[in-house]
Ligand binder design. Structure first.
Ligand SMILES: [Zn+2]
Length: 65
């Protein structure tokens, strides 16, 4: 049921891609917005969450780099 695809690139950085392509939506993703421009999946963007040293950052397609 999870709409979150998780990949681990290293021990310190975890990436979570939250995509609108997954049909099951929960309220937990509604707060997820790009930290740069404020776009969210509600705006049709896929959001990548990066957990870096216990802090979580969210980036849309445009600002994920
Ligand atoms: Zn953005």
């Amino acid at each position: 049921m999870s709409q979150i695809l998780a990949t681990s690139k290293s021990g310190l950085i975890q990436e979570f891609v939250i995509s609108k392509k997954k049909s099951f939506m929960t309220s937990t993703v509604s707060f997820v917005k790009c930290n740069v421009c404020g776009k969210g999946i509600e705006d049709g963007f896929s959001i990548t969450a990066k957990s870096i040293q216990k802090r979580t950052f969210f980036f849309c397609d445009m600002h994920n780099n």
